[in-house]
Structure formats: C-alpha cells, structure tokens
Write a protein that binds this ligand. Structure first.
Ligand code: 1AE
Length: 408
C-alpha cells in the first residue's frame, strides 16, 4: 500500500478479567510486529513503523457472571495491509479473532485506503434510474418454489410475480446450477418476459439470477449470464468471501447491479461475544466490497436482528460520502404486507420491501400477493393506513386477514 503515516483503526469488544490495557497492547503488538516471545532491539527499531498502537480503552459495565467488558480501539499502519479484504481482515482480526472473548465491532479506513475498494457500481440513484421508480420503497419478490421445477414451471411462477407489479424478482439463494432450468436459460427466458412486460405496461423489472459455481469460474459465469441478458446478479457473499464480491464489483466487464445475500453470515455476527458486529459486516464491509443491494434480517419477521443494529446497517449503507455510492438496505425474512408501516417508519423511502412467503403464501396466489404489497406500500407513503387502503384493495384485505397489521 505504501501510505506512510496513515492508519486504520479497529475497535473490539472484549470480555474477561484482568487488565484491559494490557490486553489491548497484546493485540496491537501481536497483530503487527510482535509475538509472545521478545524480538531483538535491532529488529524492533526497524519494525517500529509497522507497530500497532492502542488508541483507546473504554471500560464498560461488566456482566452478571463477573466478567468485565471493554471497547479497545487499536490503530494499524496502512503500510501493513494491501487494499483487499483478505489482508485487512487477517491484519485486524486474524489470529486475534481466536484469542478468547473478542468481537470486532468497528473499522475505520483512511480515505486513501477506502478509495481502493470499489463500492457499489449503481447505488440507490442508479438502481432507481434503471427501474424508473423514485417515490416509494421498491418491492422485491423472492422465488420460493424453485428447486426441482422445470423451466416451464418456473416461467409460470415468474410471470405471476411480474403480474403482481413488483420491481425486482430474485432467485432463492438455495437455487444452484439446475439441469432442469440452468441459470443461462432462466436469464434468457425471464429477461424476455421482463422485456414484454415493459412493452405492455411501461414497467421495468430486474431479475437477480443466483451466481453460483466454483470461485475460479465465477467471473466468467457472470459474464456469460450478462451476455445472455442478465440484469442483476445475486451472490451468496459470505459463502465465498468478501473478496469475491470485491473482485466482481471491480470487474469492468460486469456492468449490472450486484445483490449480496446474507446466507452463512449468522455464524459471523450472532454471538454477542465473538465474531463481527452486524452493522460492520452488512453495512460497512458489503458497501466497500461493492454490493448495490444488501439483504439482511429485518427487526421483524422470522429471522430478526435487534432494531438498533438493523437501523445502523441502513445508516452505513446509505451514508453519503465522496468515495462510494450508497447501497439499498433490504431488511428481509418473514415480511408480509402488515409489516410495511413499521418498515417505512424505520427505513423511510430508500429501502426494499423483500418477500417470499409473504407473496407466494397469499391465498389468491403470487400475483395477488405482489399487489397486496404494492398497495400497502403506496398507501403508506401517501399517508393512509393499511386498513383504509384495504377498502380499495381486496388483495391487501386478504393479506391482512392472513397475517394481520403490526404496530409497535
Ligand atoms: C434475510 C434473508 C431472507 C431470505 O433470504 C428469504 O428467502 C426470505 O424469505 P421469506 O420472505 O422469509 O419467505
């Protein structure tokens, strides 16, 4: 990297007994130039510019088991890293991630280093321009029944999702290469449907096809899908690693939006004492890596995140800075139309309402499920309640009957 006198910082939440300042010094030394044995003075002098430094030790109230807690902030010379996630993560949270109760809660990068990460190619404005929708949260439908279906059956499902009036349709993340309906054929077929839908209704729709396969073939597969007409790519980013998203986002031949799915991320963020905090993982890291859309658990529904964390993620993704475009928060899982008022209250205009079961589980079918959501969203942004809107929308009325309306 070669940025002399420039530092990145990492903040850790640690728990345990003992001297937290000493623990911070051990991290600063152990993750940079030192180890558990001493080094010669001569080497120390030479290596001083690579040494980590304790910036802050903030002792927090301990827990009921008598364990103390503290936030430790360490600065690392930018000289120590190359501008990629493998180097960054190994430096700040490599071996140290296994050293007792320690959780990485925040990272700040100096501007020069941050610029080396691609960030989203489209951002919120770019996506809205692609879709021509500016005045409401977007609506995305998730394919639910897909494994084991042939192309004809999937075509029918796609068509009914389109007819529901959604803005985006995404593959389920568990849908991999499938002989009955290979990704290339799905793209050709669904994008043709998108084209016809646009001719008929004037409405544009993006299809996020699941980008899967061995990592060494991923960029080529992405290009094949784009050549076949793909308008958006879905990536199980945590199964592959953040650098894979980074490389796709930085690839000049990949000029479609990238959607990051959170599969496997629970193993990284769920523990209060270990792993990586969700606002950092989904908010900062995925934006730096280049996701235009970030799916993550909403504060409500079947797989939930604490509200504060879900809002912090959205804040990181939508922060305006001169370096990276913003990205769409997609708080997901177990979403149904009766949750739209709460979601709108929390996330405002620039987020995506994303649903699988809440669309396909509608008693009148998936098209009605989509319309119920759309009517709910349109009502809420116009200042109506769902109950009021349901007088004009039988689809919404039915959805409310099935799942209710949620308030705080
Ligand atoms: C947090 C990810 C949500 C997701 O991937 C998914 O498939 C949700 O489905 P539903 O809406 O819960 O049926």
């Amino acid at each position: 990297m070669g940025e002399e006198n420039s530092f990145l910082t990492a903040t850790y939440l640690v728990s345990g007994v003992g001297d937290f300042y000493k623990r911070a010094e051990k991290i600063a030394l152990g993750l940079t130039v030192g180890t558990w044995t001493g080094l010669s003075m001569e080497e120390k002098d030479k290596l001083i510019k690579h040494l980590g430094k304790v910036e802050e030790v903030q002792v927090l109230p301990g827990d009921e088991q008598g364990q103390g807690k503290a936030l430790l902030t360490i600065s690392f010379p930018v000289l120590n890293v190359t501008p990629d996630f493998p180097s960054l993560l190994t430096t700040i949270f490599g071996k140290g991630s296994m050293d007792g109760k320690i959780r990485l809660v925040d990272v700040t990068l100096p501007e020069g280093l941050r610029r080396e990460f691609p960030g989203p190619k489209f951002g919120i404005e770019g996506i809205r321009n692609l879709l021509g929708v500016y005045d409401r949260p977007l609506l995305m439908s998730i394919f639910k029944q897909c494994i084991g279906l042939n192309l004809e059956e999937l075509n029918k499902e796609y068509q009914s999702q389109l007819e529901g009036g959604v803005d985006l349709i995404k593959d389920d993340e568990i849908f991999f290469q499938d002989d009955e309906a290979p990704a290339i054929q799905r793209v050709r077929s669904f994008e043709e449907k998108n084209r016809r839908h646009y001719e008929k209704t004037g409405k544009k729709v993006l299809y996020a096809v699941n980008l899967t396969g061995p990592v060494t073939q991923l960029a080529d597969q992405a290009k094949r899908l784009i050549d076949a007409g793909a308008s958006c790519l879905l990536l199980n980013v945590f199964s592959y690693g953040l650098d894979v998203l980074h490389q796709l986002a930085a690839d000049p031949n990949i000029q479609v939006p990238l959607m990051a799915h959170p599969a496997v991320a629970g193993a990284l963020y769920q523990s209060p004492d270990y792993g990586i905090a969700s606002p950092l993982l989904f908010g900062k890291f995925l934006r730096w890596a280049g996701a235009d859309f970030v799916l993550y658990p909403s504060p409500y529904g079947s797989v939930a995140l604490p509200e504060k964390e879900a809002l912090q993620i959205a804040q990181h993704l939508r922060q305006t800075d001169r370096i990276h475009r913003d990205a769409f928060p997609v708080p997901s899982a177990g979403i149904h139309p009766g949750l739209t008022p709460l979601l709108f209250e929390d996330f405002g205009l620039d987020f995506i309402v994303n649903a699988g079961g809440g669309i396909h589980g509608h008693e009148e079918g998936s098209a009605a499920g989509g319309r119920a959501f759309l009517h709910a969203i349109e009502a809420i942004v116009s200042g109506y309640t769902l109950e009021e809107a349901s007088n004009y929308s039988p689809e919404l009325k039915q959805a409310i009957k099935q799942w209710g309306v949620h308030s705080r």
